[in-house]
Design a protein around this ligand. Sequence first.
Ligand SMILES: Nc1ncnc2c1ncn2[C@@H]1O[C@H](COP(=O)(O)OP(=O)(O)O)[C@@H](O)[C@H]1O
Ligand SMILES: [Mg+2]
Length: 260
Amino acid sequence: MEIVTIANNKGGVGKTMQCYQLACHLANQGHSVLVIDLDSQANLTSTFGVQIQRTLIPEWLIGDVDFDDVVVPSEGRHKLHGNVMLVPASRHLANLSKLLIISESEIRKNAGRKERLLKKRLDDSGVREKFDYIVIDTPPMLGDELIMSLVASNRILIPTQAQDYSIDGLEELMDTFEIIKETENPGLEFAIIPSMVTSRRKIEKQRMDELSQMFNTTPVIRNLVQMQESISIKKPICVMGRKSKGKQDYDALWNFLDLN
Ligand SMILES: Nc1ncnc2c1ncn2[C@@H]1O[C@H](COP(=O)(O)OP(=O)(O)O)[C@@H](O)[C@H]1O
Ligand SMILES: [Mg+2]
């Protein structure tokens, strides 16, 4: 089983898109997939057809409610949705850091440190054993949600746009990755994924070359209208025809990353 976190401390780089497409692809291959939405904007939750009043993720992390109380089936027209379970988010998740401070002594007793909470909950009561893959979406900041996910995961996928400020933000994220790898999770790996690429722009191409000199980047995901449509009509790229450019890009990416 593998736990994959999609992260970038910058917003609008295609994290939620990647989470949706990865979870659907894995489910379409017949794997059983748990999706955890740790972004209070809950975009992934609504793309999986779910809307909830108030997420119980903070209570679950702290240990006040069980996994069964936070997980729901995903909704969608495609057969693959039968293989996807979801831990949905809502706006209330924005209070997570505050709630973790209030519960500090309880957390210390049952997980040692707050960074280990998500890992502990997934290790607990056989959650990990129920799924072939767990895919986690994170908010655009280096906060508790992201740190917890890095401690719990095998891999972090980092969609990156080729702009100066986006690459600067990446260095901050990589520093965090290194610290987590050294202190909590020596097996953690990462991949930098050029995202929403429009190769027509010369400056972007230059930045992309710089990026691939700094890191081993993966095959790119192009900026395609079809990708936006995939989200708005809730039709994952993996069920589109072979001629679909989006499908070609994602198939090449999942093959490269050995996520099949
Ligand atoms: N490859 C792509 N081509 C075109 N539009 C994309 C692509 N990836 C993401 N988008 C769109 O860009 C916006 C931001 O993507 P999103 O996945 O929500 O980013 P993040 O989760 O990093 O904030 C969304 O409207 C999404 O539909
Ligand atoms: Mg998002």
